[in-house]
Design a protein around this ligand. Structure first.
Ligand SMILES: [Zn+2]
Ligand SMILES: [Zn+2]
Length: 245
């Protein structure tokens, strides 16, 4: 199965990275709706699209306002944005306020807690620590599995680890290199060594790092040596990367 990293950055777009958006074209599943969602258009293969939102921060939902263009001329019967139930109203009222974006594209919101499956993909959701809270995702098919963990604090006692055990592919945020751990905890984000240790502890087979901090606009914003020493099967996610799993 193919996972597309359409946007591998956090906070704001940079010359290298748009903000959070991943896609499983064959399943019609999109993970987060950051600025990179404009790239979904050329990869649509299905008549339904399910957008799984980790939370309501702008770098993960602003792309909902781009859906008119994403869907233009496409034969898509249903688009559903799944987000924690308590966040539906605030996103509707604020992102689609008359003063900000006065028309709502053709999609519906649904409580992510009620999402159990898309086709033969079983979906598990779980709450994570982040300002305002975020949702983690584990997707299981009969023969493979994927976890998407973003906007949370990686640590050896993080409760979400129990949900991502032995996953084939772990996509995990890594907003900070080592040395900025205090800042990571303060802002509800993760740093390099902690993410590598979570991957190791979970028994994941492969790790891909996303939600990269745009201020570190270099080829090695995380310190990949540090991560690879602890968890060798790690790749730094980049926009346009295709991952087979
Ligand atoms: Zn974010
Ligand atoms: Zn956030």
């Amino acid at each position: 199965m193919k996972l597309l990293l359409l946007g591998s950055g956090g906070y704001h777009p940079s010359e290298l990275r748009q903000t959070a958006c991943l896609m499983l074209p064959s399943e019609g599943i999109i993970l987060d709706a950051g600025t990179a969602i404009f790239r979904v258009r050329e990869h649509i293969e299905t008549s339904t699209l399910d957008i799984l939102l980790s939370h309501g921060h702008l770098d993960h939902v602003i792309g909902l306002t781009y859906l008119f263009d994403v869907l233009y001329g496409k034969e898509v019967d249903r688009v559903t944005a799944h987000i924690e139930s308590t966040k539906i109203k605030p996103v509707q009222e604020h992102l689609f306020a008359d003063v900000l974006f006065p028309v709502t594209p053709p999609f519906d919101f649904a409580p992510v807690e009620e999402l159990k499956a898309v086709g033969d993909c079983q979906i598990r959701t779980f709450p994570m620590e982040h300002p305002g809270g975020s949702t983690g995702f584990r997707l299981d098919w009969p023969d493979r599995s994927l976890a998407y963990i973003t906007d949370t604090i990686a640590s050896p006692d993080a409760e979400y680890i129990e949900h991502i055990k032995d996953v084939d592919l772990l996509v995990h945020e890594c907003y900070f290199p080592d040395g900025l751990d205090e800042k990571a905890t303060l802002t509800g984000h993760s740093s390099a060594t902690n993410v590598a240790n979570v991957a190791k502890q979970s028994g994941a087979k492969n790790l891909v790092l996303v939600h990269v901090n745009p201020i570190f606009n270099t080829e090695d914003p995380i310190g990949m040596d540090v991560v690879n020493d602890i968890f060798p099967n790690t790749r730094l996610g980049t926009d346009g990367m295709e991952i087979e799993f």
